[in-house]
Unconditional design. Structure first.
Length: 358
């Protein structure tokens, strides 16, 4: 009996050893996908921005005093010469009246003395002394007139009142900022851009400088303005790893855009990539190593969805730069291919998948 059981066991093992290896079917994984657009399509990214007034000019009085009136408000358009603020004139008017009176007396004395000199009744030196007193009093009267004029603060150019920094009846000193103004022909916009995007744009500096960007302001969300790059700074914000780019945005007179107003800038990043024909921007979470680990340097790949078999295959790709939450794929992908963006860390070649409807 034992011999029979042993024979059966050996035979069974031999039979198993000769059979085909067992295949364990992978269950269908639920995945999210991203379809690669045609490379001639625009790749649009949106960045937060803030309005910065062009040639923001702080204005102040040259004399001290108490504010008597402020006839303008923040955001008001004004013409050159418009009264922006005024000081109490009473003290300055009294001084001017006194200086003018002294000048009149000195003028008459000089005239009488001149007549006496002409008749050779007094010495020329006596006339020179009296005439000098007249010239001094005349200069003092002119200075008093200037001080009186300085009690009015007027717009130095056509523009917009960016801010009013004082209130009526407030005592101010010379040089204290009263209002700020900026010109109306354009507004500048500051936008934070990723450090890598700055490096890419500098490779194609001429193209980036000529490109127009769509700019919208919070106050006019349905109006699209066009902006061009004015300058880019070279100091990175260590907390956000971003740089500041300044765009110049021409303005129509009917729109009042003020300093500090929130804005959005839309950029067509297809103009700032390595090539026009082969490059794709894909979600960065779509790029993995075959074993699901994160990419390193320029190595990595994506899982391609095969619609005919509802399965996936791994595709090695050559990577470029990171742009926000996207990454540049220089080689390895084609227009219209569908890549896995979610659920790809545990996939294997040929595995069946189920698309998550979104």
């Amino acid at each position: 009996m034992k011999t029979l059981m042993a024979s059966c066991l050996v035979g069974g093992l031999a039979l198993i050893g000769c059979s085909e290896p067992m295949v364990i079917e992978s269950s269908a994984a639920r995945v999210e996908t991203f379809t690669l657009p045609h490379t001639n399509n625009q790749v649009i990214r949106e960045f937060n921005a803030v309005a910065r007034a062009q040639d923001l000019t702080p204005l102040s009085f040259r004399v001290d005093g108490r504010i008597s009136s402020i006839p303008v408000v923040k955001g008001q358009r004004v013409k050159k010469g418009t009264l922006l603020a005024a000081l109490d004139k009473q003290d300055y008017q009294i001084v001017l009246n006194d200086r003018r009176a002294r000048m009149e007396v000195a003028s008459k004395q000089a005239q009488r003395t001149k007549q006496l000199v002409d008749k050779e009744l007094i010495a020329q030196s006596e006339y020179d002394q009296i005439n000098a007193q007249y010239l001094v009093s005349s200069a003092e009267a002119k200075q008093a007139q200037l001080y009186l004029d300085y009690t009015e603060l007027r717009a130095p150019f056509d523009g917009v009142v960016s801010d009013v920094l004082v209130e009526s009846f407030e005592n101010i000193q010379p040089g204290s900022e009263i209002v700020t103004m900026h010109k109306i022909e354009r507004i500048d916009v500051e936008v934070q851009i990723p450090d890598i995007l700055l490096a890419v744009s500098r490779r194609h500096d001429a193209r980036a400088q000529k490109q127009e960007y769509d700019v919208t302001f919070e106050a006019f969300p349905d109006v699209v303005f066009k902006g061009t790059i004015l300058e880019m700074n070279t100091e990175k914000d260590p907390s956000s790893y971003t740089f500041i780019a300044t765009l110049a945005v021409p303005l129509d007179e009917k729109y009042k855009v003020l300093e500090g107003m929130p804005a959005k800038v839309k950029a067509n990043l297809s103009h700032l990539t390595y090539t026009y024909s082969r490059q794709h921007l894909v979600p960065i979470n779509a790029v993995l190593m075959r074993d699901g680990s994160e990419i390193n340097a320029q190595e990595g790949g994506v899982w391609l969805y095969q619609a005919d078999s509802n399965s996936v295959t791994y595709q090695q790709v050559k990577l470029g730069v990171i742009v926000g939450d996207m990454i540049e794929v220089v080689e390895g992908l084609a227009d219209g291919q569908v890549i896995i963006t979610g659920g790809g860390k545990r996939l294997v070649d040929g595995q069946k998948v189920e698309l998550i409807k979104g």
